[in-house]
Ligand binder design. Structure first.
Ligand SMILES: [Zn+2]
Length: 311
């Protein structure tokens, strides 16, 4: 279990309109054999191989539905956090933003649409993207406080979160170091304060290391691509977005609580999500997202019982 209390430094950055109370965050499904503090790592090239061995004992190789929700409509708020984003990295901010802006019109986004839920929602039916936040204050790998601060400052985000349709991917400026994952997605709740009233909203979020010169999270450059770090980040971004859409947290209670939530979308009998099963497996041709080519890993398709790049 992990609980994050807010820091005074962050609170001071929040505008008067709407502060936030202490967010709650805990591992939402302790049966999934994920490491305790986060959900759904995107393992490095070396670590992915051992994690995929779990597939061998699976009764079916396909993804299974676990009675929760998928993300039909989603609002995405990218955050680039840390002094490392101060100047010189605008092409990465623009490149990641461009990927999100153009994702839903690319063939790549069609693959997740086979994974519907009990409400009939189709993953990624509508994707709204907010302008990226670049915050050059000192970053932390505990990003959920920063996520809640961003939510409290934007009524579009508050509205999306109140409909359980908000995803906040956070790109920090710190290197992976010895960590054996490139990124992850998880979820929590933010308490939004207005006067003496606290409204709790559910927020899905993602975490990404900087991946500069990172051989363990390395992706081949596609024709027209010039920035290796951007290429690495876009591939991990695509992995986490596919997983977020098909296996977000399901918050059952009203108001939402992390103590009454679970990951109930699509994953296989070993706990692997759509991206995990095909991590670091690339097709021979790049994906075109909004006019830019990227080598993106494949995602699991139940339709062909294998890895694919579109439906
Ligand atoms: Zn994953």
């Amino acid at each position: 279990m992990k609980k994050i209390s807010y820091s005074l430094a962050l609170l001071a950055q929040v505008v008067a309109l709407s502060a936030y109370a202490a967010p709650q965050w805990k591992p939402l499904d302790e049966t999934r054999q994920e490491p305790p503090q986060v959900h759904s790592y995107h393992w490095t090239r070396n670590a992915a191989a051992s994690h995929q061995l779990r597939n061998i004992v699976a009764s079916s190789p396909n993804l299974l539905y676990h009675s929760g929700v998928v993300m039909g409509n989603v609002t995405i708020q990218p955050i680039f956090w840390g002094s490392g984003w101060n100047g010189g990295n605008q092409d990465i901010v623009n490149g990641i933003s461009n990927f999100y802006y153009n994702y839903s019109s690319a063939p790549y986004s069609q693959l997740v649409k086979q994974y519907t839920d009990i409400n009939g929602d189709v993953p990624g039916t509508t994707v709204n993207v907010e302008n990226a936040i670049v915050d050059t204050s000192t970053s932390s790998t505990n990003v959920f406080n920063r996520v809640c601060a961003a939510v409290a400052q934007n009524t579009n985000l508050i509205s999306a979160a109140s409909k359980k349709s908000l995803y906040v991917p956070v790109y920090v400026d710190s290197a992976r170091g010895n960590a054996n994952y490139c990124g992850y997605h998880s979820a929590g709740t933010c308490g939004l304060v207005s006067g003496n009233k606290v409204t709790t909203v559910a927020v899905e979020f993602g975490f990404f290391f900087s991946l500069v010169n990172d051989a363990g999270c390395h992706t081949q450059l596609a024709p027209g691509e010039t920035d290796q770090t951007l290429a690495n980040l876009v591939n991990v971004t695509a992995h986490e977005l596919s997983e977020l859409l098909t296996d977000p947290a399901t918050f059952n209670s009203n108001p939402p609580s992390v103590y009454n939530a679970y990951f109930g979308g699509w994953f296989d009998a070993s706990g692997n999500e759509i991206g995990d099963k095909c991590a670091w497996k690339f097709s021979s041709s790049p994906q075109n997202i909004g006019g830019q080519n990227y080598f993106l890993q494949s995602e699991w398709s139940n339709l062909i019982t294998g890895c694919a790049n579109t439906q």
